[in-house]
Ligand binder design. Structure first.
Ligand SMILES: [Fe+2]
Length: 142
């Protein structure tokens, strides 16, 4: 991947290759969402992105949660609560997106999902995932 194709700001690189790569994919999906919102593509494209995002978020969280369980990480419960907050927050907004009665409303909700996702990613990766990856690297869990 060239530097130009890299969407995740460098400050979020945690030195854990598998988790960094998965976070990078989340940023790629976030950027795809922004690009679709800014261009004139229709709601089908947004719906497609949300579908991909939902599937990827579930598998990424599962990866981290499995690593926490396998390594005996003692902040596992608290970390999983953070994952639940994203699932619930995006889930509620996604339901509003699906029920939108106009194009404008759908785009507004899609923008709210993008804002929520970025804020969550920045906070969660910078603090919660940083602690986890430091622990995993100390335990030599890749
Ligand atoms: Fe996490």
């Amino acid at each position: 991947m060239t530097e130009q194709e890299c969407y995740m700001p460098e400050k979020f690189i945690l030195q854990h290759p598998a988790i960094d790569m998965q976070h990078e994919v989340l940023f790629v999906l976030y950027n795809e969402l922004l690009h679709t919102l800014q261009s004139c593509e229709d709601e089908y494209d947004l719906a497609d992105i949300f579908l991909g995002l939902n599937v990827y978020v579930v598998s990424h969280f599962q990866f981290e949660e499995d690593a926490m369980l396998a390594s005996g990480y003692d902040e596992r419960e608290k970390h999983m609560e953070g994952h639940s907050q994203l699932r619930l927050g995006v889930g509620a907004l996604h339901a509003r997106f699906l029920a939108a009665s106009s194009r404008e409303e759908a785009r507004e909700v899609a923008q709210a999902i993008a804002d929520f996702l970025l804020e969550w990613l920045e906070n969660h990766i910078a603090k919660v995932d940083r602690r986890l990856t430091q622990y995993l690297l100390e335990q030599s869990v890749q």
